[in-house]
Structure formats: C-alpha cells, structure tokens
Design a binder for this molecule. Structure first.
Ligand SMILES: [Zn+2]
Length: 175
C-alpha cells in the first residue's frame, strides 16, 4: 500500500520505500519473544557442539523479515493527527483505526501486548542478517502497546504506568 486517506482527519498519507516515521512494524509480545530467542544460523544447523542437549531448537536462516514474515503486521501513523491505521496481514487492507483521545481510560491489562518498531528502526533490523542476540540491545522498540478491540494504549517502556497515549477505535471511512 502506498497511500491512504486518514479516517479521522481526511489527510492523504503517502508512504514510499524510504523511512519517514509513518509505517510501524508490530509484533505481539509473544511472537517477538519467540523471534529473539531463536538462533541465527544460515546453515540451519547447530552451530556449537555444546548445544547438544535435547531440542527442539528454533533457527533463523536469514533476516527477520524473511524468516518471520507472517508474525507481524504493519500500522501507519497519520503525521497530521497521529491516528493509527492497522493493516491486515496482507498489508493491503486497513482492518482497524484508532485515534488519540484525551481521557485516561484505564489500561486493559489482560489485553494483547505488542512491540512496535518505527520504519527507521525496522529498516535497520530487517535489512541484514543480524544475530538475534544483538537485537534487544541495539534496537530499542519505538513503543510498546496494549490493545483490545476498542482501545490502544501506547507506552514508552514496558512499565504499565508509563502510558503515553490512549487511542480509541473509530469507524473506517469508506474508500
Ligand atoms: Zn489524520
């Protein structure tokens, strides 16, 4: 998808290949945990004999982008009003839109937790075959998020009192 109209403010949002802070790559915390616990091994073999303990082992053959392409989805943040458009797994259709609100709706701590990378960070993570052990240190998540069907809560860290923004789901404008 290269462009859409913001469902909240109506501005056109365009995105090309260069990072510009619009596109964000989102993993569930569970999937991200799985990815950062995999071993990077281009030959898909055990790299060290001392690991000769019962498996199963998870291996990453190349970039995260290639090895885990079904484990994330993309969201766009409108540069004008910060409304979030969440795409389906195909990346072609917006499946939900959330817009920032002022009130402090309590966090639904039982809802799904996510790790979010801005396109600037994601380009670095995804363009090369980086040992997964280096990723948590070198590449900080841009946001953490908790979301249910009605709200998204954004956090600057994994501390749940550190909520920086609440967004409420709105109806999607007809295309
Ligand atoms: Zn907007």
């Amino acid at each position: 998808m290269a462009g859409l109209k913001c469902s909240h403010c109506g501005e056109g949002i365009r995105y090309h290949d260069m990072p510009n802070g619009i596109e964000h790559t989102v993993f569930t915390m569970k999937n991200w945990g799985k990815i950062v616990s995999t071993v990077y091994d281009p030959n898909n073999e055990r790299m060290h004999e001392e690991w000769n303990t019962p498996g199963p082992y998870l291996y990453r053959a190349d970039t995260i982008w290639e090895d885990f392409e079904n484990d994330y989805f993309v969201a766009w943040v409108c540069p004008h009003c910060e409304t979030i458009a969440v795409f389906d797994n195909s990346g072609l259709h917006v499946r939900a839109v959330y817009t920032p609100i002022d009130d402090k709706t309590p966090v639904d701590i039982n809802a799904e937790k996510y790790v979010v990378f801005s396109d600037y960070v994601w380009e670095e993570i995804s363009e090369s075959s980086i040992p997964v052990s280096e990723i948590p240190d070198k590449f900080k998540a841009s946001y953490y998020a908790i979301a249910n069907s009605d709200y998204v809560w954004l956090f600057n860290s994994q501390i749940e009192s550190d909520c920086s923004k609440v967004c409420k789901r709105i109806a999607i404008a007809a295309e």
